[in-house]
Design a protein around this ligand. Sequence first.
Ligand SMILES: [Zn+2]
Length: 261
Amino acid sequence: MKQKSFTIFLEAKIESGKKGESSGHIQKLLDLKVDCDNDTILVIVEQVGNTACHTGAKSCFFKSYLKEDKQTIIESKIANLPTKYGNFDVKAYKDGCQEHLAIMSKNFKELKTPNVRIHSECLTGDSVGSLKCDCNKQLVLALELIAKEGGLVIYHRQEGRNIGLVNKINAYSLQDEGYNTVEANIKLGFKADERDYKAVGYILKDLGLDEIRLMTNNPKKIQFVESCGIKINERTPSIIKSNPHNENYLKIKKEQMGHLL
Ligand SMILES: [Zn+2]
Protein backbone atom coordinates (compact mmCIF):
# COMPACT_ATOMS: atom_id res chain seq x y z
CA MET A 1 0.00 0.00 0.00
CA LYS A 2 1.24 3.42 -0.89
CA GLN A 3 2.58 5.46 2.00
CA LYS A 4 0.56 8.56 2.61
CA SER A 5 1.95 11.78 3.97
CA PHE A 6 -0.61 12.85 6.52
CA THR A 7 0.04 16.00 8.42
CA ILE A 8 1.13 16.15 12.03
CA PHE A 9 -2.21 17.72 12.81
CA LEU A 10 -4.09 14.57 12.01
CA GLU A 11 -1.45 12.16 13.27
CA ALA A 12 -1.59 13.91 16.58
CA LYS A 13 -5.30 13.39 16.66
CA ILE A 14 -4.90 9.71 15.88
CA GLU A 15 -2.09 9.11 18.33
CA SER A 16 -3.74 10.98 21.12
CA GLY A 17 -6.42 8.30 21.12
CA LYS A 18 -8.70 10.76 22.75
CA LYS A 19 -12.25 10.66 21.58
CA GLY A 20 -12.89 13.70 23.66
CA GLU A 21 -11.00 16.93 23.99
CA SER A 22 -8.80 18.25 21.26
CA SER A 23 -7.14 21.53 20.57
CA GLY A 24 -7.73 24.16 17.95
CA HIS A 25 -11.14 24.91 16.56
CA ILE A 26 -12.29 21.32 16.79
CA GLN A 27 -14.24 20.99 19.99
CA LYS A 28 -14.79 17.27 20.17
CA LEU A 29 -13.49 14.52 17.96
CA LEU A 30 -16.18 11.93 17.29
CA ASP A 31 -14.79 9.79 14.53
CA LEU A 32 -11.88 9.62 12.18
CA LYS A 33 -11.60 7.55 9.06
CA VAL A 34 -9.69 7.34 5.83
CA ASP A 35 -12.10 7.63 2.95
CA CYS A 36 -12.55 8.88 -0.55
CA ASP A 37 -10.43 6.82 -2.87
CA ASN A 38 -7.70 6.35 -0.35
CA ASP A 39 -6.36 9.87 -0.38
CA THR A 40 -8.49 11.81 2.00
CA ILE A 41 -9.26 11.79 5.66
CA LEU A 42 -12.66 12.36 7.13
CA VAL A 43 -12.77 13.96 10.50
CA ILE A 44 -16.15 14.01 12.16
CA VAL A 45 -16.40 16.45 14.97
CA GLU A 46 -19.05 18.26 16.86
CA GLN A 47 -19.98 21.62 15.52
CA VAL A 48 -17.03 23.45 14.03
CA GLY A 49 -17.14 26.70 12.16
CA ASN A 50 -14.87 26.32 9.18
CA THR A 51 -16.11 23.20 7.48
CA ALA A 52 -16.82 21.77 4.09
CA CYS A 53 -20.06 20.09 4.96
CA HIS A 54 -22.28 19.46 7.88
CA THR A 55 -24.40 16.57 8.93
CA GLY A 56 -26.72 16.95 11.83
CA ALA A 57 -25.17 18.16 15.02
CA LYS A 58 -21.90 16.80 13.69
CA SER A 59 -19.84 18.46 11.09
CA CYS A 60 -17.37 16.82 8.87
CA PHE A 61 -14.63 18.13 6.76
CA PHE A 62 -12.21 16.58 4.39
CA LYS A 63 -8.68 17.47 3.66
CA SER A 64 -6.33 15.84 1.30
CA TYR A 65 -2.93 15.12 2.66
CA LEU A 66 -1.29 13.57 -0.32
CA LYS A 67 1.48 15.28 -2.23
CA GLU A 68 0.89 18.98 -2.60
CA ASP A 69 0.71 18.83 -6.36
CA LYS A 70 -2.01 16.22 -6.35
CA GLN A 71 -5.37 17.61 -7.36
CA THR A 72 -7.96 16.82 -4.73
CA ILE A 73 -10.96 17.02 -7.03
CA ILE A 74 -11.89 13.81 -8.82
CA GLU A 75 -13.54 14.14 -12.23
CA SER A 76 -15.94 11.82 -14.00
CA LYS A 77 -16.07 11.28 -17.73
CA ILE A 78 -18.62 13.20 -19.78
CA ALA A 79 -21.93 11.47 -20.44
CA ASN A 80 -25.07 12.22 -22.39
CA LEU A 81 -28.15 13.12 -20.33
CA PRO A 82 -31.48 13.48 -22.08
CA THR A 83 -33.88 15.57 -19.95
CA LYS A 84 -37.31 17.10 -20.33
CA TYR A 85 -35.55 20.41 -21.02
CA GLY A 86 -33.30 19.05 -23.75
CA ASN A 87 -30.26 16.87 -24.30
CA PHE A 88 -27.26 17.78 -22.19
CA ASP A 89 -23.77 16.55 -21.50
CA VAL A 90 -22.96 16.05 -17.83
CA LYS A 91 -19.72 15.76 -15.91
CA ALA A 92 -19.42 15.14 -12.18
CA TYR A 93 -16.73 16.38 -9.81
CA LYS A 94 -15.98 14.97 -6.38
CA ASP A 95 -14.48 17.39 -3.90
CA GLY A 96 -14.03 15.66 -0.56
CA CYS A 97 -17.49 14.71 0.66
CA GLN A 98 -19.28 16.91 -1.83
CA GLU A 99 -20.11 15.97 -5.40
CA HIS A 100 -21.08 18.56 -7.99
CA LEU A 101 -22.47 18.34 -11.50
CA ALA A 102 -21.73 20.36 -14.62
CA ILE A 103 -24.70 20.32 -17.01
CA MET A 104 -23.73 21.49 -20.49
CA SER A 105 -25.69 22.13 -23.64
CA LYS A 106 -24.58 20.06 -26.60
CA ASN A 107 -23.09 23.14 -28.29
CA PHE A 108 -21.35 24.32 -25.12
CA LYS A 109 -17.80 23.96 -26.43
CA GLU A 110 -18.58 26.02 -29.53
CA LEU A 111 -19.93 29.01 -27.59
CA LYS A 112 -17.70 32.04 -27.16
CA THR A 113 -19.79 33.49 -24.35
CA PRO A 114 -21.93 30.75 -22.84
CA ASN A 115 -24.76 31.33 -20.38
CA VAL A 116 -23.65 30.08 -16.98
CA ARG A 117 -25.60 29.53 -13.78
CA ILE A 118 -23.99 28.37 -10.55
CA HIS A 119 -26.98 26.75 -8.90
CA SER A 120 -26.75 25.99 -5.20
CA GLU A 121 -28.36 22.71 -4.25
CA CYS A 122 -31.75 22.95 -2.57
CA LEU A 123 -33.28 19.53 -2.16
CA THR A 124 -36.56 20.84 -0.80
CA GLY A 125 -36.92 23.30 -3.66
CA ASP A 126 -35.31 21.46 -6.56
CA SER A 127 -36.76 18.01 -5.84
CA VAL A 128 -39.82 18.52 -3.67
CA GLY A 129 -41.05 21.77 -5.18
CA SER A 130 -40.91 23.80 -1.97
CA LEU A 131 -42.52 27.21 -2.21
CA LYS A 132 -40.40 28.59 0.66
CA CYS A 133 -37.65 29.67 -1.71
CA ASP A 134 -37.03 30.48 -5.37
CA CYS A 135 -34.53 27.69 -6.09
CA ASN A 136 -36.66 25.32 -8.16
CA LYS A 137 -37.87 28.03 -10.51
CA GLN A 138 -34.36 29.44 -10.87
CA LEU A 139 -33.02 26.00 -11.76
CA VAL A 140 -35.77 25.41 -14.33
CA LEU A 141 -35.20 28.87 -15.80
CA ALA A 142 -31.49 28.15 -16.17
CA LEU A 143 -31.97 24.69 -17.68
CA GLU A 144 -34.50 26.07 -20.14
CA LEU A 145 -32.12 28.87 -21.06
CA ILE A 146 -29.12 26.63 -21.72
CA ALA A 147 -31.34 24.19 -23.64
CA LYS A 148 -32.44 27.06 -25.86
CA GLU A 149 -29.37 29.26 -26.15
CA GLY A 150 -26.59 27.00 -24.96
CA GLY A 151 -24.54 27.17 -21.81
CA LEU A 152 -23.71 25.58 -18.51
CA VAL A 153 -25.41 24.99 -15.19
CA ILE A 154 -23.11 24.03 -12.35
CA TYR A 155 -25.18 22.18 -9.77
CA HIS A 156 -23.20 23.13 -6.69
CA ARG A 157 -24.11 20.70 -3.97
CA GLN A 158 -23.78 22.80 -0.88
CA GLU A 159 -27.23 22.23 0.51
CA GLY A 160 -28.83 24.96 2.59
CA ARG A 161 -26.08 27.46 1.85
CA ASN A 162 -23.69 24.74 2.94
CA ILE A 163 -25.08 23.94 6.36
CA GLY A 164 -26.45 20.60 5.16
CA LEU A 165 -29.96 19.25 5.02
CA VAL A 166 -30.45 18.44 8.72
CA ASN A 167 -29.36 21.91 9.77
CA LYS A 168 -31.44 23.48 7.03
CA ILE A 169 -34.57 21.70 8.21
CA ASN A 170 -33.77 22.76 11.77
CA ALA A 171 -33.50 26.31 10.42
CA TYR A 172 -36.89 25.84 8.77
CA SER A 173 -38.26 24.73 12.13
CA LEU A 174 -36.96 27.96 13.65
CA GLN A 175 -38.54 29.84 10.76
CA ASP A 176 -41.84 28.21 11.69
CA GLU A 177 -41.36 29.88 15.08
CA GLY A 178 -40.88 33.26 13.45
CA TYR A 179 -37.14 33.61 12.86
CA ASN A 180 -36.11 34.81 9.42
CA THR A 181 -33.64 32.87 7.26
CA VAL A 182 -30.58 34.76 8.46
CA GLU A 183 -31.59 34.74 12.13
CA ALA A 184 -32.31 31.01 12.03
CA ASN A 185 -28.86 30.17 10.62
CA ILE A 186 -27.16 32.36 13.20
CA LYS A 187 -29.17 30.82 16.03
CA LEU A 188 -27.90 27.42 14.91
CA GLY A 189 -24.31 28.67 15.05
CA PHE A 190 -23.75 29.27 11.35
CA LYS A 191 -23.13 32.31 9.25
CA ALA A 192 -25.98 33.47 7.04
CA ASP A 193 -24.11 31.93 4.13
CA GLU A 194 -21.51 29.20 4.58
CA ARG A 195 -20.96 28.47 0.88
CA ASP A 196 -17.53 28.42 -0.67
CA TYR A 197 -16.87 28.31 -4.37
CA LYS A 198 -13.52 26.56 -4.61
CA ALA A 199 -14.93 23.61 -6.52
CA VAL A 200 -16.86 25.94 -8.81
CA GLY A 201 -13.60 27.68 -9.67
CA TYR A 202 -12.08 24.33 -10.51
CA ILE A 203 -15.03 23.42 -12.76
CA LEU A 204 -15.01 26.76 -14.57
CA LYS A 205 -11.31 26.34 -15.24
CA ASP A 206 -11.68 22.70 -16.24
CA LEU A 207 -14.32 23.62 -18.80
CA GLY A 208 -12.07 26.32 -20.23
CA LEU A 209 -14.25 29.38 -19.71
CA ASP A 210 -12.84 32.84 -20.48
CA GLU A 211 -15.95 34.95 -20.79
CA ILE A 212 -19.53 34.21 -19.87
CA ARG A 213 -23.02 35.55 -19.42
CA LEU A 214 -23.70 34.91 -15.76
CA MET A 215 -27.21 34.14 -14.67
CA THR A 216 -27.44 35.23 -11.04
CA ASN A 217 -28.80 37.73 -8.55
CA ASN A 218 -26.02 37.03 -6.08
CA PRO A 219 -23.20 39.59 -5.93
CA LYS A 220 -20.94 37.05 -4.20
CA LYS A 221 -21.13 34.80 -7.26
CA ILE A 222 -20.31 37.74 -9.54
CA GLN A 223 -17.28 38.61 -7.40
CA PHE A 224 -16.18 35.01 -7.30
CA VAL A 225 -16.33 34.49 -11.07
CA GLU A 226 -14.40 37.72 -11.63
CA SER A 227 -11.82 36.62 -9.08
CA CYS A 228 -11.22 33.54 -11.28
CA GLY A 229 -10.16 35.85 -14.10
CA ILE A 230 -13.31 35.13 -16.09
CA LYS A 231 -14.94 38.07 -17.83
CA ILE A 232 -18.66 38.53 -17.24
CA ASN A 233 -19.93 40.06 -20.47
CA GLU A 234 -23.43 40.27 -19.13
CA ARG A 235 -25.32 39.46 -15.98
CA THR A 236 -28.69 37.90 -16.61
CA PRO A 237 -31.05 38.34 -13.65
CA SER A 238 -32.74 35.21 -12.38
CA ILE A 239 -36.02 36.68 -11.24
CA ILE A 240 -39.05 34.58 -10.50
CA LYS A 241 -42.54 35.52 -9.42
CA SER A 242 -42.88 35.48 -5.64
CA ASN A 243 -45.58 33.63 -3.74
CA PRO A 244 -46.98 34.17 -0.22
CA HIS A 245 -44.57 31.54 1.16
CA ASN A 246 -41.34 33.02 -0.17
CA GLU A 247 -42.05 36.76 -0.03
CA ASN A 248 -40.19 37.19 3.24
CA TYR A 249 -37.35 34.91 2.12
CA LEU A 250 -36.83 37.05 -0.98
CA LYS A 251 -37.08 40.26 1.08
CA ILE A 252 -34.32 39.03 3.42
CA LYS A 253 -32.21 37.97 0.43
CA LYS A 254 -32.49 41.46 -0.96
CA GLU A 255 -32.19 43.50 2.23
CA GLN A 256 -29.74 41.46 4.30
CA MET A 257 -27.77 39.47 1.73
CA GLY A 258 -27.49 42.10 -0.98
CA HIS A 259 -29.11 40.06 -3.73
CA LEU A 260 -29.97 42.03 -6.84
CA LEU A 261 -33.71 41.53 -6.76
ZN1 LIG B 1 -34.33 26.65 -1.95
